[in-house]
Ligand binder design. Structure first.
Ligand code: GDP
Ligand code: IMO
Ligand code: MG
Length: 417
């Protein structure tokens, strides 16, 4: 039974939601294994758009199920909100979602702390303000709150008191929500989740089920935002690469493939190095054409040309076995398209960054490709072939629009030309 991971090969927002939603027809389970509501994964059901922040991008009209794994940090308020949006159009859909009780909770305190820390930083990261960093910090420093505490009132109170005590001592201030209010808040959302018939089931209990069926793992963010190997410290706090499937009890050896999703150009939200950035001119044009505004925060995304050294790095770091390219249609009609083929790092030409530090010092070295009027054109095929040759990974699928069905295989493309 097929097991496939789909991860972002750049700095996030590559179109993972759309790609997962397209593949979801062939999978019984769609599993999110990391991150939280910092993600914004856009899917379409017919003409209607939905943005999933926490929920796996299952296809609501097909009977697949979604699992939220232990590597995630879950804002229960946001979760209920997302479920309610889907429930309006697809009654009963909530019972198709399963939460691992080992996953951590993002509290309003974490969101407050996130904003506070950003103000304190000399160079802010430009976080999404969704409490991700503080929630993962609490997890690592043993102050976190796992979902299972929602079912034990005494334990919940004890844990909340402990966390509040730590935060108050650390920041020497009160937080907006008191312990009592937090208790009521969490109990309310637990009741909502039960009313919506969401399942609480651990990956241990799912062990056999997952192995006897098809599973699609939906990555969040992108390799270059990964806590370990992204452009640190301008990264998120979770795992963005395929190895994150270990939090759902899987080894990457069990995967039949790891698809890296890449845009035909590059975007990034928030601060940090971005070697191929075009801060005006063509950057503005592509932002407008590609509707490049964050699905979570609405912030304007930074825009740049395709960056092959970054892609080669992503391939090696995340063990990509195939690529899916999105948004080639946004470049339609340009006379020329630039591609960064190597970096000049302090006078040394590098096709592959050795460490994430190289991204901070890189000056892009470009080649120019002929543009294409539509993606069904020989010049787009040449662009793809160039990417494949330069990265050593095949592009198996091409997305040419935001809608689920606007997707074809590279063989379809060759046949159409
Ligand atoms: P994700 O975070 O990787 O799931 O990506 P986002 O949903 O944050 O951002 C991708 C944006 O591009 C969304 O608005 C999608 O609807 C849109 N999109 C995805 N694929 C394509 C494509 O091939 N062409 C165009 N024009 N838009 C696309
Ligand atoms: P999806 O899954 C793009 C960025 C933020 C910020 C940095 C840290 O939709 O691709 P955080 O709130 O995680 O502490 O912010 O990471 N970031 C994303 N950028 N897409 C995302 O998710 C992102 N999730 C976080 O903009 O620079
Ligand atoms: Mg996104």
């Amino acid at each position: 039974m097929k097991k496939l991971a789909v991860v972002g090969a750049q700095w996030g927002d590559e179109g993972k939601g759309k790609v997962v939603n397209y593949f979801s027809r062939d999978f019984e389970w769609i599993v999110r294994f990391s991150g939280g509501a910092n993600a914004g994964h856009t899917i379409y059901v017919g003409d209607k758009k939905y943005v999933n922040h926490l929920l796996p991008s299952i296809n609501p009209v097909i009977d697949s199920k979604g699992f939220l794994g232990a590597g995630m940090v879950i804002d229960v308020g946001q979760l209920v909100e997302e479920l309610k949006i889907l429930e309006r159009d697809f009654p009963g859909i909530s019972s198709r979602f399963y939460l691992d009780p080992e996953a951590f909770i993002v509290l309003p305190w974490h969101k407050e702390e996130d904003l506070l820390l950003e103000k304190m930083r000399k160079v802010p990261i430009g976080t999404t303000g969704r409490g991700i960093g503080p929630a993962y910090t609490d997890k690592a420093s043993r102050e976190g709150l796992k979902l299972f505490v929602l079912f034990d009132e005494a334990l919940l109170r004890e844990r909340l008191e402990a966390i509040y005590h730590m935060k108050r001592s650390k920041y020497n201030r009160d937080f907006a929500v008191s312990i009592e209010e937090m208790l009521v808040y969490l109990q309310g959302f637990r009741a909502e989740l039960e009313r919506l018939s969401v399942n609480f089931t651990s990956a241990v209990d799912m062990y056999r089920v997952f192995r006897s069926t098809s599973v699609l793992f939906e990555g969040a963010q992108g390799v270059l935002l990964d806590l370990d190997f992204g452009t640190y410290p301008f990264v998120t706090s979770g795992a963005c690469m395929a190895h994150g499937v270990s939090s759902v009890g899987f080894s990457t050896f069990e995967l039949d493939g790891v698809y890296g999703v890449l845009k035909a150009y590059t975007t990034r939200v928030g601060a940090g190095p971005f070697p191929t950035e075009e801060s005006s001119g063509v950057g503005d044009l592509l932002r407008e054409r590609g509707k490049e505004f964050g699905a979570t925060t609405g912030r304007a995304r930074r825009i740049g040309w395709l960056d092959l050294p970054a892609l080669r790095y992503a391939k090696i770091r995340s063990g990509l076995t195939g690529l899916v390219i999105t948004k080639g249609d946004v470049l339609n009609g340009l006379d020329e398209v630039k591609i960064c083929v190597a970096y000049d790092v302090d006078g040394v030409v590098k096709e592959l960054p050795s460490t994430s530090y190289d991204f901070f010092r890189a000056k892009p070295i470009y080649e120019t490709a002929s543009g294409w009027p539509v993606t069904d054109h020989v010049n787009f095929l040449k662009y793809m072939t160039f990417i494949e040759r330069e990265t050593g990974v095949e592009i198996d699928y091409i997305s040419y629009g935001p809608k689920t069905e606007e997707m074809k295989t590279s063989n379809d493309l060759i046949m159409n030309i």
